[in-house]
Ligand binder design. Structure first.
Ligand code: CDV
Length: 311
């Protein structure tokens, strides 16, 4: 007998620079309500879901960009969403900009939180693969300054036990790196939750626009299949004050097939009744890690960063 649960992905249309967090959280709550109506037990919201994708802008003074960050969990802006989710008995993933002060030092991370259907904060993930630059490149159309506004995540890739199975989290650019998913899978993850903000035009070179979507889909489908796991991916998309981002929010099964996919670049809920045991045969056979992995030959993956060739 299969073990099924409805998962929803709540894609967001654009959030503009001058939108209030209250208005944005109200949109998230409306989608939570819709997911509840579809019988969802879990919902995935995007990366940096409470604000516009602010790392595209150049700020020098923290007083100018502090407003994009959340302090405490739930932060004051998040409380209505947390309350509604607990009322509905829905667990969720939410991406946000995190600020904390430790020993008098300010830290900022691009973070996601995982909350159980009973309202328990299961844990956080802090984005590891930060794209872009620390210093502006001088072209406002292509700035991507995550390295300016965030530290590299310091929590690794944690995996959390949930009623749906072990769940891992990652954020946007992390999905392009197979190391992300394999690390989580080796810790037992069978469901990967992720949010993203992906500019439609490439940040550093003149790649054709259609490849943005293709590489996104390729990354999700291969991650799902190669680890025998479900992937739930939520975009923030559309044109934020003239800066376009791709949609394509998706649920991908452990067979590597996209089972449902958003068709707009607006607020849109997609959902699927997921067979949570579907990946078991893949994890028992072709990707039976314990039987077939050969870590004695994988040294360069953890031992070096760039390419090193024998002389
Ligand atoms: N927010 C992101 O991490 N965006 C990157 C872009 C800059 C390539 C992404 O991987 O989609």
């Amino acid at each position: 007998m299969s073990r099924k649960q409805v998962f929803a992905v709540a894609q967001m249309g654009p959030v503009h620079l001058n939108d209030t967090k209250e208005a944005t959280v109200a949109r998230l709550m409306e989608m939570l309500q819709e997911a509840h109506g579809r019988g969802a037990r879990w919902v995935v919201f995007p990366e940096l879901a409470l604000t516009t994708f602010f790392p595209r802008y150049v700020y020098d003074d923290p007083a100018e960009y502090d407003r994009f960050y959340e302090e405490g969990l739930p932060s004051p802006a998040m409380i209505p969403l947390f309350d509604l989710a607990r009322t509905f008995g829905i667990g969720f993933y939410l991406g946000y900009a995190e600020k904390l002060v430790e020993n008098g030092i300010v830290h900022r991370f691009n973070t996601s939180v995982l909350v159980s259907p009973t309202g328990e904060i299961l844990g956080k993930y802090r984005k590891i693969h930060l794209p872009g630059t620390k210093d502006p490149i001088g072209d406002p159309e292509f700035e991507h300054l995550e390295k300016r506004y965030f530290e590299v995540g310091d929590m690794g890739f944690p995996v959390f036990k949930t009623d749906a199975g072990p769940m891992g989290m990652c954020i946007c650019n992390d999905r392009r790196w197979p190391e992300t998913f394999r690390t989580m899978a080796l810790r037992g993850a069978q469901i990967f939750m992720l949010g993203y903000n992906t500019p439609t035009r490439n940040i550093h070179h003149n790649e054709p626009v259609h490849l943005r979507e293709h590489h996104h889909r390729l990354s999700l489908e291969s991650a799902a299949y190669q680890n025998g796991a479900w992937v739930m991916a939520a975009a923030k998309c559309g044109s934020e004050d003239g800066f376009a981002m791709i949609g394509g929010s998706s649920i991908v099964s452990p067979t590597g097939e996209t089972v449902t996919r958003a068709v707009t670049e607006e607020d849109e809920v997609i959902s699927y009744n997921c067979d949570l045991d579907l990946g078991a045969y893949i994890r028992r056979s072709v990707f039976n890690f314990a039987k077939h992995r050969r870590p004695e030959f994988y040294g360069p993956i953890t031992g070096q960063v760039g390419v090193e060739m024998d002389p």
